[in-house]
Design a protein around this ligand. Structure first.
Ligand code: PHE
Length: 451
């Protein structure tokens, strides 16, 4: 940026060599899809909020955060690849567009200790327990990524955080031990597995360790509570979709109602801010869907928040993928469409199947270029350049040929850019003009030679 300043949501920031947030991206920060009551993402958000009546609900936290919030507070190492400018939109060296809703974990937990009225006042759910002990955060998040029908550089996540005092956990475990003697198991907790069974059935071990600050029983309790909570949330949301399902895709695999309709599996995972950690997957219409990451919160985060006597779980998941399934939305760009034929199809509190409007013909254009032997090439630089030039007219960008010259060891890459409007007819001249601009920018911004 020439002027050395950029404005995001009314605040001005000084740019530096880290700055890579394009104007195409910055223009999304104010769209506020989660606050449009008839937008599928807002409908899904409200449905999930309703599943957690005792949690505080946050959905208005600014996407502009600092590197401490997004990374350091969560225990990301200084050299963690997630910090790379090739994956993250930086406003400057210390300021970025959050890459995940976990960026708010520490400040929301700590809001209790600091009695941070400004933050606590944003909690939307009055019935909630102390707003810093259990909360949900729904928000837009930003990641540099490839371009296709299921990736978009802005998407939405829902974070869930739930903490317990150690005394409370001890009390539950004591009651559970008493109850299991009479095979009444864990009714009080409404767990589908006892804590002991859970320890057996989940892979807690060397590669997915219990933290030294926790006992195996404490972790079994917290993990069981987390899994039960997530299970019932997913089952409720997916069964709401079943009602609408007849109209979505093929109705043959959809039977009605029962929880067993959506088997769940837990895959070992790794996050810097949880241990043990899992990825939750749900079988939905024949496919295992990766729904979300989750785990037992790193104790250092609770210690830093002034809650060393509490233990907690956290989950984070993307709303778009679930919304695409529930509403039958075939292309992630549609969520950003202002076409009344999209936004007019949905109403608050309802999941109904999207009826596609006429599909406009795709227009593929190839571009090939030579990279000098010693240059580093980050594909995401090309992705942002294309987005910046073509906006939402670009449906996909794919590498279709890669060649290294045997003598000069220069490499050549050929990308196919698929232009296709999701909502209007586009003239060939318009696409050609965009493609010319893309080609010019590839030369001027990436320093390569067109073939
Ligand atoms: N923040 C993680 C992500 O974006 C998801 C996550 C949240 C994992 C909370 C564990 C606990 O991938």
């Amino acid at each position: 940026n020439d002027s050395g300043k950029i404005e995001v949501l009314g605040s001005t920031y000084t740019t530096d060599k880290w700055t890579n947030a394009t104007s195409a991206i910055l223009s999304k920060t104010g769209r506020d899809l989660l606050h449009q009551p008839s937008h599928p993402l807002a409908i899904l958000k409200e449905m999930i909020f309703a599943e957690f009546p005792t949690f505080a609900h946050y959905d208005s936290l600014s996407p502009v955060v600092n590197t401490y919030q997004n990374f350091d507070s969560l225990g990301f190492a200084k050299d963690h690849p997630g910090r790379a400018a090739s994956d993250t939109y930086y406003i400057n060296a210390d300021t970025l567009l959050r890459t995940h809703t976990s960026a708010h974990q520490l400040e929301l937990l700590a809001a209790g200790k600091q009695s941070n009225a400004e933050i606590l006042a944003q909690a939307k759910n009055a019935q909630a327990a102390p707003a810093n002990e259990r909360f949900l955060v729904a928000a837009d998040v930003y990641r540099r990524d490839e371009i296709d029908a299921s990736h978009y550089p802005v998407f939405h996540q829902m974070e869930g955080v739930c903490t317990f005092s150690r005394a409370e956990i001890r009390e539950h475990l004591r009651r559970e031990a008493a109850a299991s003697a009479t095979a009444a198991t864990t009714e009080a907790l409404n767990l589908d597995l006892s804590a002991a069974q859970l320890l057996d059935t989940t892979q807690i071990g060397d590669t997915n360790p219990v933290q030294p600050e926790h006992t195996a029983e404490e972790v079994a309790f917290v993990a069981a509570h987390m899994k039960r909570t997530m299970n019932s949330m997913v089952v409720h949301i997916l069964s709401k979709a079943s009602a609408a399902a007849a109209a979505i895709t093929d109705s043959t695999q959809v039977s009605s109602g029962a929880a067993t309709q959506f088997p769940v599996r837990w895959i070992d995972a790794f996050f810097p801010f949880t241990s043990p950690s899992w990825e939750m997957e749900v079988l939905f219409r024949g496919d295992w869907l990766e729904i979300c990451g989750c785990g037992v919160m790193k104790q250092a985060i609770l210690d830093d928040a002034g809650m060393p006597d509490r233990i907690g779980w956290a989950f984070g998941f993307g709303l778009e993928r679930l919304a695409m399934l529930l509403f039958g939305v075939p292309d992630i760009r549609l969520f950003w469409s202002t076409d009344p034929r999209f936004v007019g199809q949905f109403s608050p509190g309802q999941i109904n199947a999207f009826r596609a409007f006429s599909r406009h013909p795709p227009c593929p254009k190839d571009v090939s270029f030579w990279l000098p032997a010693d240059t580093e090439f980050h594909e995401n630089d090309l992705m942002d350049l294309v987005r910046e030039t073509a906006g939402d007219l670009v449906e996909g960008v794919k590498l279709i040929d890669l060649f290294t010259h045997p003598k000069t060891s220069k490499t050549s890459r050929c990308y196919r850019i698929n232009y296709c409007s999701m909502d209007r007819n586009v003239k060939h001249e318009e696409i050609n003009a965009i493609q010319d601009k893309v080609r010019d920018r590839i030369v001027s911004q990436l320093g390569v030679t067109l073939r």
